[in-house]
Ligand binder design. Structure first.
Ligand SMILES: *[C@@H]1O[C@H](CO)[C@@H](O)[C@H](O)[C@H]1NC(C)=O
Ligand SMILES: *[C@@H]1O[C@H](CO)[C@@H](O)[C@H](O)[C@H]1NC(C)=O
Ligand SMILES: *[C@@H]1O[C@H](CO)[C@@H](O)[C@H](O)[C@H]1NC(C)=O
Ligand SMILES: *[C@@H]1O[C@H](CO)[C@@H](O)[C@H](O)[C@H]1NC(C)=O
Ligand SMILES: *[C@@H]1O[C@H](CO)[C@@H](O)[C@H](O)[C@H]1NC(C)=O
Ligand SMILES: *[C@@H]1O[C@H](CO)[C@@H](O)[C@H](O)[C@H]1NC(C)=O
Ligand SMILES: *[C@@H]1O[C@H](CO)[C@@H](O)[C@H](O)[C@H]1NC(C)=O
Ligand SMILES: *[C@@H]1O[C@H](CO)[C@@H](O)[C@H](O)[C@H]1NC(C)=O
Ligand SMILES: [Cu+2]
Length: 633
C-alpha cells in the first residue's frame, strides 16, 4: 500500500512535470471608462474593471483555465485564442455560433485547455462579431525554453485603430441600405499599446525581442523605428530565417517578432512610428492622423523629437521598404505539402443583396450563422441514437459556407479576390502554407489563380493570417490533422460582419469520438436560448432525411430583384447618388453626430422611384423575420 502510494506520487510528479503548470484566471468582462487616444472618453471592454487587458504568458504543455464571466448587461460575449491549435479542445476555440453558444449576460464560461506544441506570439479577443473593437483583446505569449536566437530583453507592442463610437452603433450605419457601397467605417485614430504618445524606455547596446501584434479590426499598418533596423525572426508563431528590414507591414491578426539592437550612443531618443495603410480607407478625413509618433527613449532628460507631420504620410510610406511576407522562409524548413486531396475554390465578391445592404460573398454565398453552433451539430449528429450523421455534409446548412473534410487529407484553399480591397484571411486551428500569392490585379483584369502556369516555392511561407492583394489571389495548403470545426475568415471584422467566412468541418466523426463538451458549455446555450441539438436548422430525427432537412434554416437575403438589371440606368442613378451620400455619411458618422434624416429621405425616394418604374412595389424588399429568414413584404 505504502509502496503503491510512493510510486503513485512519483508518477504524479513525472506527469505534472510533463503537463506543465496550470494558469487560472478569473475575468469579469466589464465596461471601463477610458480615454485611449486622449481625445475622447468612452466605454471600453476590459477585465475586472481595468483596461487595457493583461498579457498572458505561458509555456507549451501548460494548462490554461479562464473563468470568463459576462458582466456586460447588454452584450453577449466569447473569447478566442488567435493562433492556438486547440488540438483535442475545439470547444475552447471561442467563435460564437461556430464552436460555442454566445455567453449571455451574467453567465460564466470556463475556457480550459492545454497549450499545444507551439511557441511564439499570439493574442486573445472576443469572437462575437466585431466586439473586440471595443477593447476585449490582449496578447498571449507562449515562451520558448529554447529560442533559436539571442536577445537580452523582450517587450510587446500592439497596434490597432480606434473608434470613438461603440461597435454596435457603428454597425447600424455600416450594415445599412444607406451605405450601399459598403464603405467601411473610418476610424478616428490609431493606437500603439492601446494609447498614444507612449515612450519605450530602452538601454543602449542591448538586443530586444519586440513582439508586434496588430490587434485592430480593420487596417493594416506600417511600423518602424527611425535609424534602426528590425530583424524579423517570427511570424504568427513560426520562426523564420532572419531578415533585416527598415519597417514591417502588418495586417490585423498578424504578429511579427523582430530583434532590435539599440544603438551604443545613448544621448538621443528616436521616433517609433506607425502608419495606417490609407489605401484601405474609402475616404481620408483631413483631421485623421494616419501617422502616429511614439518614442524609443534612451535618455529621460533628453528631448523627444517632434511628432512627424501627418500630411506627409504618402512620402513616409514611399520611403519604406517592408519585406513582402511571401518571401519569408520558415526557419525549420517544411517542404511544400503534396497535391491536395480536397480543394476549396472561393471567388470573393462584395454585392448588394435584396435588403439594400452590401454583403461579402464566397461563390455567391455570404456566411449566415446557423441556428445551432456548428460544433454542437457535430456532437448531436454524431451521438444520435439512430447512428452517426455527422459526416453528412448537408446537415451543416446551405448558407454557412461549410466544407466537410476527412482526417489527414491535404486541403487546398484557392481564394480569388474579385474585390478591389485588401483582406487578411485567418484560419483557426492551423497554420497554413502560403504556396501562391499574386500581386494586385485590376477590376477589369483581376489576377485569377491559374494552376497551369505557376511554380510553387519548395519551402513556402507558413503563418495563420495572410493578406490577399486587391483583385489578386492566394493559395493555401494545410493538413487536416486537427479534428475540429475551424472558421476561416477575413480579419477585417467589418467584413466578417458582412459574412466573409467559411467553416471547415474537419473529421467530424473523430471530433465527437475523441472530444467532449462540458456541462458548462451546454449551460451557456441554455442561458442564451440557443438550441444545442440538431442540424444548422435545429432539426433532427431518426433518419438521414430528418438530419438533411434544413427547413427553417437561416438564409441570406435574395439578390436584388431581377428587374433591377433591366432598369440599369435608374439603378445606376440610385447607386451612384446613394454612394455619394453613403460615403458622405460614413465620413460624417465617424466624425460627429449627424442628422442623417435627409440622406435617408433621399435614398428612400430613389428606391420608390425605382419601384414605380417597375410597376410594382419592390422597394419594400425584404427583412429578417424572428427566425432569421429573409421574408419579402
Ligand atoms: C497625445 O498627444 C496629443 C497632442 O499633444 C494630445 O492631444 C493627446 O491627448 C495625447 N494622447 C494621450 C493618450 O496622451
Ligand atoms: C467578478 O464579479 C463578481 C460579482 O460582482 C465578484 O464577486 C468577483 O469578485 C469579481 N471577480 C474579480 C476577479 O474581480
Ligand atoms: C445573445 O444571443 C442570443 C442568441 O443569439 C440572442 O437571442 C440575444 O439577443 C443576445 N443577447 C444580447 C444581449 O445581444
Ligand atoms: C480543466 O480540464 C481538466 C482536464 O479535463 C480538469 O481536470 C479540470 O478540472 C478542468 N478545470 C476546470 C476549471 O473545469
Ligand atoms: C506595451 O505594453 C505592455 C503591457 O501592456 C508593456 O509590457 C510593454 O512594455 C509596452 N511596450 C512598450 C514598447 O512600451
Ligand atoms: C541625457 O540627456 C541630458 C540632457 O540632454 C544630457 O545632459 C546627458 O548627458 C544625457 N545622458 C547621456 C547618458 O547621454
Ligand atoms: C471563379 O471565377 C472564375 C472566373 O470567372 C471561374 O472560372 C470559376 O469557375 C469560378 N469558381 C467558382 C468556384 O465559382
Ligand atoms: C504565365 O506566367 C507568365 C510569367 O509569370 C506570364 O507572363 C503569363 O502572362 C502567364 N500566362 C497566363 C496564361 O496566365
Ligand atoms: Cu476583408
Amino acid at each position: 500500500m505504502k509502496l503503491l502510494n510512493i510510486i503513485g506520487s512519483l508518477l504524479l510528479l513525472v506527469v505534472s512535470g510533463v503537463l506543465g503548470k496550470t494558469h487560472t484566471f478569473h475575468f469579469n468582462a466589464t465596461y471601463v471608462q477610458a480615454n485611449p487616444d486622449g481625445l475622447h472618453e468612452r466605454r471600453m471592454i476590459g477585465f475586472n474593471n481595468a483596461w487595457p487587458n493583461p498579457t498572458i504568458r505561458v509555456k507549451k504543455s501548460d494548462r490554461v483555465e479562464i473563468y470568463l464571466t459576462n458582466l456586460l448587461e447588454d452584450r453577449n460575449t466569447s473569447l478566442h485564442f488567435h493562433g492556438l491549435f486547440q488540438k483535442g479542445s475545439n470547444a475552447m476555440d471561442g467563435p460564437e455560433m461556430v464552436t460555442q453558444c454566445p455567453i449571455a449576460p451574467g453567465q460564466t464560461f470556463i475556457y480550459n485547455f492545454t497549450v499545444d506544441d507551439q511557441v511564439g506570439t499570439y493574442w486573445y479577443h472576443s469572437h462575437s462579431g466585431a466586439q473586440y473593437g471595443d477593447g476585449l483583446r490582449g496578447v498571449f505569449i507562449i515562451e520558448d525554453d529554447d529560442y533559436p536566437f539571442e536577445f537580452d530583453h523582450e517587450d510587446v507592442i500592439t497596434l490597432g485603430e480606434h473608434y470613438h463610437k461603440e461597435t454596435p452603433e457603428i454597425l447600424k450605419s455600416f450594415m445599412s441600405r444607406y451605405n450601399p457601397t459598403g464603405a467601411e467605417p473610418i476610424p478616428q485614430n490609431s493606437l500603439l499599446n492601446e494609447t498614444k504618445n507612449s515612450t519605450w524606455s530602452v538601454e543602449p547596446d542591448t538586443t530586444y525581442l519586440l513582439r508586434i501584434v496588430n490587434v485592430g479590426l480593420f487596417t493594416s499598418q506600417y511600423f518602424y523605428i527611425q535609424h534602426q533596423s528590425l530583424t524579423i525572426v517570427e511570424i504568427d508563431g513560426v520562426y523564420v530565417e532572419p531578415v533585416m528590414v527598415d519597417s514591417i507591414y502588418i495586417s490585423t491578426g498578424q504578429r511579427y517578432s523582430v530583434l532590435v539592437k539599440t544603438s551604443k550612443a545613448a544621448d538621443l531618443n528616436e521616433r517609433m512610428v506607425n502608419i495606417i495603410d490609407y489605401e484601405m480607407l474609402d475616404v481620408l478625413p483631413p483631421d485623421l492622423e494616419l501617422v502616429s509618433t511614439s518614442w524609443v527613449q534612451y535618455n529621460k532628460s533628453a528631448v523627444l523629437p517632434a511628432p512627424l507631420a501627418n500630411h506627409n504620410y504618402f512620402d513616409f510610406i514611399k520611403a519604406l521598404n517592408p519585406v513582402e511576407e511571401f518571401e519569408l522562409v520558415p526557419l525549420h524548413k517544411e517542404l511544400i505539402l503534396p497535391d491536395a486531396d480536397y480543394k476549396i475554390e472561393l471567388n470573393f465578391t462584395m454585392e448588394v443583396l435584396g435588403d439594400g445592404v452590401t454583403y461579402a460573398l464566397f461563390n455567391k454565398h455570404t456566411y449566415v450563422p446557423p441556428k445551432v453552433p456548428t460544433l454542437l451539430s457535430v456532437f448531436s449528429a454524431g451521438e444520435y441514437s439512430g447512428g452517426d450523421f455527422s459526416t453528412i455534409s448537408e446537415i451543416y446548412g446551405s448558407n454557412t459556407n461549410s466544407y466537410t473534410v476527412r482526417n489527414n487529407e491535404i486541403i487546398e484553399i484557392v481564394l480569388n479576390n474579385l474585390d478591389p480591397g485588401k483582406h487578411p484571411f485567418h484560419l483557426h486551428g492551423h497554420t497554413f502554407q502560403v504556396i501562391a500569392k499574386s500581386p494586385e490585379g485590376t477590376e477589369e483584369e483581376p489576377n485569377l489563380f491559374n494552376p497551369s502556369n505557376i511554380t510553387f516555392p519548395e519551402y513556402p511561407m507558413i503563418r495563420d493570417t495572410v493578406q490577399v492583394n486587391p483583385n489578386g489571389y492566394i493559395v493555401l495548403r494545410f493538413k487536416a490533422d486537427n479534428p475540429g470545426v475551424w472558421f476561416f475568415h477575413c480579419h477585417v471584422d467589418w467584413h466578417l460582419e458582412q459574412g466573409l467566412a467559411i467553416t471547415i468541418i474537419e473529421a467530424p466523426d473523430y471530433i465527437h469520438k475523441q472530444q467532449s463538451l462540458t456541462e458548462n458549455h451546454l449551460n451557456a446555450c441554455k442561458a442564451a436560448n440557443v438550441p444545442y441539438k440538431g442540424n444548422a436548422a435545429g432539426n433532427f430525427g431518426e433518419s438521414h432525411t430528418d438530419w438533411s432537412n434544413l427547413h427553417g434554416e437561416n438564409t441570406q437575403f435574395p439578390p436584388l430583384p431581377a428587374g433591377f438589371t433591366t432598369k440599369g440606368y435608374i439603378a445606376m442613378l440610385v447607386c451612384s447618388l446613394a454612394a455619394v451620400y453613403g460615403v458622405y455619411s460614413i465620413y460624417k458618422y465617424g466624425m460627429e453626430d449627424v442628422n442623417t434624416e435627409n440622406t435617408e429621405k433621399m435614398i428612400n425616394k430613389l428606391y420608390e422611384l425605382l419601384a414605380e418604374h417597375d410597376g410594382q412595389d419592390e422597394s419594400a424588399m425584404f427583412s429578417l423575420n424572428s427566425n432569421g429568414q429573409a421574408v419579402e413584404h
